[in-house]
Design a binder for this molecule. Structure first.
Ligand SMILES: O=C(CO)[C@@H](O)[C@H](O)COP(=O)(O)O
Ligand SMILES: [Fe+2]
Length: 228
C-alpha cells in the first residue's frame, strides 16, 4: 500500500486578492499540498487564473509546496509547457477534454510534472481505467466542476471504491463539497488525497479541520491494511 493521506485545500473560495498569503496560511495550518483550480470559461462556466498567476505564487511561496493544478480547460494540451515552466508540480486534466489522453500523459511527464486524470460526475470510471496504470493520481469529481461551495455527491463513492479495488496503490483524489460531514464516506471508499475548499478556507480554525480530515483518512487506510 504505497499511498498516504494528504489534504489539499482548494484556494478557490479564499480571498483571491491575497492568494499568496492564503496559500502560505494553508501550508502553515498543515496542508500537505495546494489544489489550484484553473478554469477557462469554456470547459466550465467560470474563469479563475492561468500560468502567470501560478508563476507568481511559486516565486512568493518558494519551491517546496506541491501544486496540484486542476485544469478545467477545453484544450489541456495547450497549457502543459507553460504550467511546467511556471512551477506546477502535477497537471490534472479532464478525460472529457481530450481525444488523446495517452499523448497528453506523455507530454506532461516529459515536461517534468506528475500526471493526474479527472472525471466529471457524468463520466464512468471504466473510461478512466485504461489509463490508470500510466497516471500518478485519479480525481473523482464529487460536484459538477466550476464552482466551490457545492453539495457533495455521495453517489460518486462507488467510483472511488471500484478504483481502490482495482488499483490498490493509486493515489485517488476527491474534489467538491468535501468537509467534516462527508469525509468518512470518502475515506471508507478509498480516497487518500482530499481536496477541501470552503470547509477549510472559510473555517475559523482551518488547522483543526485539516487535522480532522487527515485523521479520518489515516484511520481508514490503517483499517484497510488490517483487513487485507
Ligand atoms: O474543482 C473544484 C470546483 O470545480 C473544487 O476544487 C472546488 O473549488 C472545491 O471547493 P469546495 O467544494 O470544497 O468548496
Ligand atoms: Fe478542483
Amino acid at each position: 500500500m504505497a499511498y498516504s493521506a494528504k489534504i489539499g485545500p482548494s484556494i478557490l473560495s479564499s480571498d483571491l486578492s491575497q492568494l499568496g498569503r492564503e496559500c502560505e496560511r494553508m501550508m502553515e495550518c498543515g496542508a500537505d499540498y495546494l489544489h489550484l483550480d484553473v478554469m477557462d470559461g469554456h470547459f466550465v462556466p467560470n474563469i479563475t487564473f492561468g500560468h502567470p498567476m501560478v508563476e507568481c505564487l511559486r516565486h512568493s511561496i518558494g519551491p517546496d509546496p506541491f501544486f496540484d493544478m486542476h485544469m478545467m480547460v477545453s484544450r489541456p494540451e495547450q497549457w502543459v509547457k507553460p504550467m511546467a515552466a511556471a512551477g506546477a508540480s502535477q497537471y490534472t486534466f479532464h478525460l472529457e477534454a481530450t481525444t488523446n489522453p495517452g499523448n497528453l500523459i506523455k507530454e506532461i511527464r516529459e515536461s517534468g510534472m506528475k500526471v493526474g486524470l479527472a472525471i466529471k460526475p457524468g463520466t464512468t470510471v471504466e473510461g478512466l481505467a485504461p489509463w490508470a496504470g500510466q497516471i500518478d493520481m485519479a480525481l473523482v469529481m464529487t460536484v459538477e466542476p466550476g464552482f466551490g461551495g457545492q453539495k457533495f455527491m455521495e453517489d460518486m463513492m462507488p467510483k472511488v471504491s471500484w478504483l481502490r479495488s482495482q488499483f490498490p496503490s493509486l493515489d485517488i483524489e476527491v474534489d467538491g463539497g468535501v468537509g467534516p460531514d462527508s469525509i468518512h464516506r470518502c475515506a471508507e471508499a478509498g480516497a487518500n488525497m482530499i481536496v477541501s475548499g470552503s470547509a477549510v478556507v472559510s473555517s475559523d480554525d482551518p488547522r483543526s479541520v485539516i487535522a480532522l480530515l487527515k485523521n479520518v483518512v489515516i484511520e481508514a487506510i490503517q483499517k484497510r491494511s488490517l483487513d487485507r
